[in-house]
Write a protein that binds this ligand. Structure first.
Ligand code: FEO
Length: 396
């Protein structure tokens, strides 16, 4: 289903409606995704990125319906992760000598994956490719989000091929930002940023400022996943600048895991306490053992403060909470306040362990954790309400 973006540019990618997870099981894709590949036809013909390997055959066959493959003068591999480079092996069997433009790191990663010595042309920021009326200018985006990542700006059509940046894992036949459900789009954009780009936020800010300083006219941002930004494309750039700046909403999130609901009962009492001192704050509560991990990370990204709870099990914490803590240590959220709680039956290590993990995740622990023996009775529930009140006051 190729479609025309401009007189010179066609989308020739693949919408993956069935995709349930990405990066192995690291990222849930409730709404599928797409692998956006673009065919640019000026005096020269350029293919920008390909698709994930399982769709390589379909991709190459569809591409042949658009063009004699031998007419492709250049391939640009903006990013070597297999969701974009996966069709290269099959494509290069057909056109083995076609030059592949990528960064020096791109050459290493492509060779690392496919063990082929294709006709690579290394490019760096500011290098250009004259393709007729238009010029393609390369902009390296190192560690956004891999060492090899880059973007490509096309003059004339004033289009930025942004690769992973500004994308979303969101399958839609509409393919343009102004045609899709705006709430869905916003949710998939923030989830993508929170889970994938947060660790690189300082680089995001610097790269955007670098590109904006060039004052390039921008009609469209052609991402490599999800929809293409054609209606006010600057809006997603502005969103990224906000999200990269230690973004927070007036939200407290409680994440817990519980064996027999005792820790949940503590959490519910804490919600009561929080709401009694701050009626405006949004409080959300998630059982980490039952809720999608990436949805939780998205909520934590939005939160100014987080309460983590777990029952003690085998002198440790439950794996739902443990998994989320492991993720946030890697993601590296900044300027978030936290505290710990949990129910126990005899040894009661969970709260201390949670606090250690929170410190390791660079969270600011604003008050000593609370633990309750078995299911909280009325007195213990009151203590949990007070715990919630004092937490809300400290993070207000
Ligand atoms: Fe869409 Fe980093 O791959």
């Amino acid at each position: 289903m190729a479609f025309k973006l401009t007189d010179k540019v066609k989308w020739v990618g693949k919408i993956d409606w069935e995709l349930e997870s990405f990066h192995g099981q690291e990222y849930s894709t409730h709404k599928g995704s797409s692998y956006n590949s673009y065919l640019v036809r000026d005096e020269k013909t350029v293919l920008i990125d390909t698709v994930w390997g399982p769709y390589a055959k379909e991709f190459v066959e569809n591409l042949k319906k658009e063009i004699d493959l031998n007419e492709i003068d250049y391939i640009i591999a903006q990013h070597s992760e297999p969701d974009h480079s996966g069709a290269l092996p099959l494509l290069m069997k057909e056109i083995p000598n076609t030059p592949i433009y990528c960064t020096p790191n791109g050459v290493k990663v492509i060779k690392g994956h496919y063990h082929e010595d294709w006709n690579f042309v290394e490019v760096k920021t500011g290098d250009t490719l004259d393709i007729g009326e238009s010029t393609l200018t390369f902009v390296e985006a190192r560690m956004l989000h891999w060492p090899d990542s880059m973007m490509t700006y096309m003059s004339g059509d004033n289009m930025l091929f942004s690769n992973d940046a500004f994308g979303q894992h969101y399958a839609s036949q509409h393919m343009y930002n102004d045609l899709v459900d705006q709430a869905e789009l916003q949710q998939e954009c923030i989830k993508y940023y929170a889970n994938i780009l947060t660790p690189f936020s300082p680089l995001v800010t610097n790269k955007i400022k670098e590109v904006l300083s060039l004052n390039l006219p921008l009609n469209m941002i052609a991402t490599s996943h999800g929809i293409i930004w054609r209606d006010n494309p600057a809006q997603i750039i502005e969103q990224y600048l906000k999200w990269a700046d230690n973004y927070q909403e007036n939200q407290i999130t409680i994440v817990y895991d519980t064996m027999w609901n005792c820790t949940r009962h503590m959490a519910e009492a804490m919600v009561e306490g929080i709401k009694s001192v701050d009626k405006d704050v949004t409080v959300k509560m998630y059982n980490a053992g039952k809720t999608d991990k990436n949805d939780i990370i998205t909520e934590l990204f939005k939160s100014k403060a987080i309460l983590f709870g777990s029952s003690t099990v085998n002198k440790s914490i439950m794996h739902g909470t443990s998994g989320i803590l492991s993720m946030i240590k890697g993601i590296g959220f900044k300027k978030k306040k936290a505290a710990a709680f949990g129910s126990y039956g005899w040894s009661g290590e969970s709260v201390g362990l949670l606090e250690e993990e929170l410190k390791a995740a660079k969270m600011e622990i604003v008050q000593e954790g609370i633990k309750v023996l078995w299911d909280p009775d009325e007195e213990a529930k009151k203590q949990c309400v007070e715990f919630g009140k004092s937490f809300a006051e400290k993070v207000k």
